[in-house]
Ligand binder design. Structure first.
Ligand code: G3I
Length: 397
């Protein structure tokens, strides 16, 4: 399905917590079944949710690539003045099921969420995502197993000895990866393990600090043993192009492969800002990993902009944002070996950006009322060009 040609740039118009569940319980839900993209074609800009059935992103992708979204919940949502999106927002759920072929747990599979206590696994929210994906014929990306951030206090402050810490990590991977074995397409095993300079985050990352860099290989081996079908990834931000950080991953992956470690994928998150230039060398970077035999992915795409004092986005900002979305989608489609493109949320209401970056926002492809931005159509255009659906009457707008 993956082709070598680079697509031509299309015209982009300037148009415009879940609460942690209970302890581990019954068997995990799986995912299988037909995609749910039947129905009448949608139309036009600002299509009301519910009408757009045949011009959605999943349909435009036409099987060329997985098009995904993070499932909003946990993390910053826990402190925001809205009900939990995934359980309480029906429009959100409808679009999540309709627009995407892949889902990622935004926070619900992180340590802080899954492991409120050392002896407690809170699987309810993650199970709900798996069940939703199964019912909608979607694949799932698991996120994440070995990270320096969002670890529970009992772990970070536990002062465990090396043997005990190693046992804690192995048990976690065995239990979590094992629970969803056969139903997770890709796992972010090692997340954000390098600094911008390409140095391992030795002091920040509890696992590397206490157990040494060799723990990275062990995590991959344990994950592979727990689910031999899952594709196992290293995942980070600011590694779209060739730079010191992506070079560090390139060297690490070669070492891991030479040692027979089951690492299968390299992914760049894609948290971009129009304040900065578009990162160059995306396809070149992804393809050098493909040349090592890895698959690749873009896992957390969003494109934020400066909105000081609550300003509305300008037409220029929206056009530039759309262009960035277009180029990332086009890059994912052009890069041999790139399997999926995931948006880190699709509606501004639930984006992590304004919570983290004061005076910035509007980073997703839909306005708060779920109407579509130019950025949405940019992704749609690029997908439709690749799948041969460009020009289809259902895409009129
Ligand atoms: O840890 C504090 C806690 O002490 C405090 O009581 C609570 C108050 O609300 O906040 C807690 O921190 C929050 C954290 O999630 C853990 O719940 C942060 O404020 C909140 O901003 C954070 O949000 C998540 C963030 O990861 C954590 O790093 C976001 O929802 C989530 O979208 C974001 O996702 C990450 C990916 O996993 C990895 N790549 C970058 C991406 C964006 O940061």
């Amino acid at each position: 399905m993956k082709r070598r040609q680079i697509l031509t740039v299309g015209a982009v118009t300037a148009a415009t917590s879940l609460a942690a569940g209970g302890a581990a319980s019954a068997a995990p839900p799986g995912n299988a079944g037909p995609p749910g993209n039947a129905g009448p074609p949608g139309n036009g800009e600002r299509t009301p949710p519910g009408l757009a059935k045949k011009d959605d992103l999943a349909w435009a992708a036409g099987g060329e690539i997985e098009i995904g979204s993070a499932v909003a919940g946990g993390g910053h949502h826990a402190s925001q003045p809205y009900p939990p999106p995934f359980t309480d927002d029906e429009t959100y759920r409808e679009l999540l099921g309709q627009e995407f072929t892949s889902l990622s747990a935004e926070n619900q599979m992180k340590w802080s969420f899954l492991r409120p206590e050392r002896d407690t696994y809170a699987f309810a929210a993650a199970d709900a995502i798996m069940d939703f994906a199964r019912r909608h014929g979607q694949v799932v990306r698991g996120h994440t197993l070995l990270w320096h951030s969002q670890n529970p206090a009992w772990l970070e402050e536990g002062e465990f000895g090396p043997e005990e810490l190693r046992t804690i990590l192995k048990d976690h991977i065995d239990t979590v990866v094992g629970r969803y074995a056969g139903h997770i397409q890709q796992w972010d095993v090692a997340n954000e393990i390098f600094t911008e300079d390409g140095a391992l985050r030795e002091s920040e990352n509890i696992w590397i600090r206490e157990l040494g860099p060799g723990i990275i290989a062990d995590a991959f081996r344990w994950a592979h043993a727990a689910d031999p079908q899952a594709r196992l990834y290293v995942n980070d931000y600011n590694v779209e192009g060739v730079n010191a950080k992506s070079d560090a991953y390139y060297a690490l992956v070669q070492d891991l492969l030479a040692d027979g470690v089951p690492v299968h994928g390299f992914s760049t998150q894609g948290h971009l800002s129009i304040r900065y230039g578009f990162p160059g060398g995306l396809v070149e970077n992804l393809e050098r990993f493909a040349d090592l035999g890895l698959e690749t992915a873009i896992t957390e795409l969003d494109v934020r902009m400066d909105l000081p004092d609550g300003a509305e986005p300008t037409e220029e900002q929206l056009a530039k944002q759309a262009d960035y979305y277009w180029r990332m989608t086009e890059g994912a489609l052009a890069a041999v070996g790139c399997t999926s493109l995931t948006l880190w949320g699709f509606v501004d209401t639930y984006s992590w950006v304004p919570v983290t970056f004061e005076g910035q926002g509007a980073a997703t492809v839909m306005w708060e009322d779920y109407t579509r931005k130019s950025a949405y159509y940019a992704v749609q255009d690029a997908l439709a060009q690749a799948s041969g659906r460009a020009g289809h009457p259902a895409l009129r707008r």
